[in-house]
Design a protein around this ligand. Structure first.
Ligand code: UGA
Length: 457
């Protein structure tokens, strides 16, 4: 089957490469000619493990093509996926201008039956609007169907999520479109992937409800972590004990610096906005976002408490991307925390395996380092903000010998408190008891009004 994907951003490019791997002939279209040129040369606009190899393989085998022409993309395909951005507007609503532009363009180019699929995360009711936008631009009426087929892939493990998804959601009112979409996803039948077939509105809401629920799990465990600190309990064991209940599940119960990325913030805001306009307030989702904002502030306070006062201190900082295995800095808790440390007068010497250059461009005050050890050199504290695998296996003796004070603030609970204590570190993590002692050279905490004692003494 011939398909086209409009938009070569994260979702579009991964989807295109995966459908090509399934054996479809795929045309990926983008209005940015430079990006198309680079993709043809085998240069990807972002980092995703395994994607470059998959793109190169499918280009070589003539199943994956790139074009800047919408007409070519429409002519080529029976199924056209819209995978353009839907950023947050000021009021939290999703900005659909790119989707509108593409839908109108497809309408203007259309010359026969097509299935138009929204892959981007779009508000409930968008399928109806896409139909209207296409109809309005058609030079002569030709039949088409609209399908909502939300994407659930995670950055960093996008290929696995796309090639072996937990489920596929297909939202449409057309039996013909259902048959075509099922055909498209036939390779997944072999691995018994459940397919949920429903209306467009329900499919659209499944995506928002899923992301909001996952975000809620994270904020919930972060609140429990804060409570653990107050009552000397250990959030990792609480999380394990909860997660063993099949009804709860162990995933997305890792306490840390808060959630980030391009999706959770935007999608929770859009769900809250939708609730407001239909007079059905999303109280839990609102609380989830507030807890997340507060969590990032708490992390800054935690670091401040560890070093006494941030002014004039040197902080080694590990990890800047919003999570490991991606260079994406959008809504990154690590980046926000690094910026807050700088604002409070600290020197931040940071290392990230993939996101360092871009982070330094967006926050020029950051001192870039070549590796974790350079970041630790002369530091009053080392902050582990994003849990890249390479930070799980640091030579801690070397780290200790390089630092001014052996204080580690582990915002992702990567290390074991007992091990760190035995090695002589002053070790602070999230929702677990602080161990070891601050170096004698640490001055007493400043009495700033927002300063909160977070860890048990
Ligand atoms: C998220 C969803 O997980 C995907 O299913 C969805 O397709 C995607 O949004 C989207 O809407 O496009 P993603 O943003 O790539 O995927 O990242 P996640 O792996 O979900 O992580 C989000 C954030 O939550 C990260 O900052 C991560 O560090 C944090 N997190 C995750 C925690 O703090 N604790 C956890 O237990 C899990």
């Amino acid at each position: 089957m011939n398909i086209s994907i409009i938009g070569t951003g994260y979702v579009g490019l991964v989807t295109g490469a995966c459908f090509a791997e399934f054996g479809m002939t795929v045309t990926c279209m983008d209005t940015n000619p430079q990006r198309i040129h680079q993709l043809r040369e085998g240069i990807l606009p972002f980092y995703e493990p395994g994607l470059l190899e998959l793109v190169k393989k499918n280009v070589q085998e003539h199943r994956l093509h790139f074009t800047a022409s919408l007409q070519e993309a429409v002519d080529h395909a029976l199924v056209i996926f819209i995978a353009v951005g839907t950023p947050s507007s000021e009021d939290g609503s999703a900005d659909l201008s790119a989707v509108e532009h593409v839908a109108k363009g497809i309408g203007a180019c259309m010359n026969g039956y097509k299935v138009i699929v929204t892959k981007s995360t779009v508000p409930v009711g968008t399928a109806t609007r896409v139909r209207e936008w296409i109809q309005a631009e058609q030079p002569m009426a030709s039949r088409f169907d609209v399908v909502s087929n939300p994407e659930f892939l995670r950055e960093g493990s996008a290929l696995e999520d796309c090639l072996r998804p937990n489920r596929v959601v297909i939202g449409t009112d057309s039996p013909q479109a259902i048959a075509i979409m099922k055909d498209l996803y036939r390779p997944l039948y072999l691995i018994e992937t459940p397919i949920v077939i429903t209306t467009p509105q329900t499919a659209e809401l499944i995506k928002y409800a899923s992301n909001a629920f996952l975000a809620t799990k994270i904020s919930f465990i972060n609140e429990i972590a804060n409570l653990c600190e107050a009552v000397q309990a250990d959030v990792q064991i609480v999380s394990k004990g909860m997660g063993l209940d099949n009804r709860i599940g162990s995933k997305f119960l890792h306490a840390g610096a808060g959630f980030g990325g391009s999706c959770f913030g935007k999608d929770t805001a859009a769900l809250i906005y939708l609730g407001e306009i239909v007079n059905c307030p999303m109280h839990i989702t609102r609380a989830t976002t507030q807890t997340n904002d507060r969590q990032k502030q708490r992390m800054v306070e935690k670091i401040q408490l560890a070093v006494g006062s941030l002014s004039g201190k040197t902080i080694g900082f590990l990890g800047l991307s919003f999570k490991p295995n991606t260079n994406d800095l959008r809504d990154s808790p690590a980046l926000e925390i690094a910026a807050a440390l700088l604002a409070k007068g600290a020197t931040v010497q940071a290392y990230d395996p993939e996101a360092l250059d871009e982070a330094c461009l967006s926050i020029p005050g950051i001192h870039p380092c070549e590796d974790a050890y350079q970041a630790a050199e002369g530091a009053d504290a080392l902050v582990l903000a994003t849990e890249w695998n390479q930070f799980r296996h640091l030579d801690l003796r070397k780290i200790q010998s390089l630092m001014q004070n052996p204080t580690v603030v582990d915002l992702r609970n990567v290390y074991e408190p007992l091990t760190m204590q035995n090695m002589g570190f002053h070790y602070i993590s999230v929702g677990r008891p602080t161990v070891g002692h601050p170096s004698a050279s640490v001055s007493t905490p400043s009495s700033s009004p927002e300063f909160i004692e977070l860890t048990p003494s």
